[in-house]
Write a new protein. Sequence first.
Length: 125
Amino acid sequence: MLSSRCNDKFPASGATSLSDIRRELKTEIEAMEIAGRKSFEVWINEETDPQGGTWDSWDVCIEAVKDCDILIVISNGNAGWANSSGDLGICHAEMMTGLSTAPAKVRLIALDNLAITKDDAGKRN
């Protein structure tokens, strides 16, 4: 699984979104072969079908973290969206879930952190 903010740019002043970077990484990783066989299936939220019933995107992403064998977190310090003010952001929740359930599967790619603001998003970050 590849986890990051979606619309944040990298570099911050650039034009490429982290979603676009994750799509490219997914393509490259899935094309890799070990002993002549494709060995990886990469989950990114942009390509996930809606789930039925009472599942929302938070539930789907957290379940994907629990199910994955390797979690690559691409972090710029942005906590991501939250259900309400003061809550944990989805990006931080994904990383915390991975670290609390199977820390050996988590890999962090730390980008330059965004500037901290005084609004609710800044408080989450």
